[in-house]
Design a binder for this molecule. Structure first.
Ligand SMILES: CC(C)(COP(=O)(O)OP(=O)(O)OC[C@H]1O[C@@H](n2cnc3c(N)ncnc32)[C@H](O)[C@@H]1OP(=O)(O)O)[C@@H](O)C(=O)NCCC(=O)NCCS
Length: 158
């Protein structure tokens, strides 16, 4: 269990298959609409956990998962942070930042050289978290995944 400069009693750890249900619920409830119409199911999470091409980090308080980060291996030493979600009641306490810090540490341990993240251009909070952790804007995609929604790609070298 790790705890970074966060403003509540929570810990961060790599996820295991036993966490799939809670991860699916947390992501579906806090990020679902953003991602795709298809439901984020526990079986999808279990599949991703099994194929070892993803790193899942969870934030836990009182034994309950309150935040999730998922990064996928894109290439030899390149990975992308794809999911970042914290339960509404636990936001603005440093959990989101802690999840990204722990994910970067885990990806460094796995020999990754560069990490990217794609964020809605109007999502100030995740943009401020990634910028504060040393990510730099490196791409702007107009109405990329959705009509009316621009995307910023950020990148960081480990
Ligand atoms: C994005 C998200 C994960 C952040 O989680 P969090 O635990 O609240 O993040 P943190 O507390 O670590 O950091 C939030 C920072 O944003 C700042 N912040 C909060 N509201 C803000 C706002 N409206 N405008 C700008 N900054 C804001 C906070 O002050 C905090 O900075 P600080 O640590 O200097 O105080 C969470 O808001 C979430 O799940 N959102 C819905 C899903 C989503 O958008 N995910 C990102 C996809 S890339």
């Amino acid at each position: 269990m790790f705890s970074f400069g966060i403003r509540m009693d929570a810990g961060f750890r790599l996820a295991g298959a036993e966490d799939a249900e809670e991860i699916a619920r947390t992501v579906q409830e806090n990020l679902g609409g953003e991602l795709s119409p298809k439901k984020i199911s526990a079986s999808l999470v279990k599949e991703k956990l099994k194929d070892k091409k993803d790193v899942f980090v969870v934030a836990v308080t009182d034994g309950k998962i309150i935040g999730v980060s998922r990064a996928s291996f894109e290439d030899l030493d390149l990975a992308e942070i794809r999911w970042l979600a914290v339960e509404k009641n636990y936001r603005n306490k440093g959990i989101g930042t802690g999840l990204v810090e722990k994910t970067l540490e885990a990806l460094k341990d796995k020999g990754k050289r560069k990490i990217t993240a794609r964020v809605r251009a109007d999502s100030l909070v995740p943009l401020s978290i990634f910028s504060r952790l040393g990510f730099e804007k490196e791409g702007y995609f107009r109405e990329h995944y959705r009509k009316g929604v621009d995307i910023i790609q950020l990148g960081k070298f480990l």
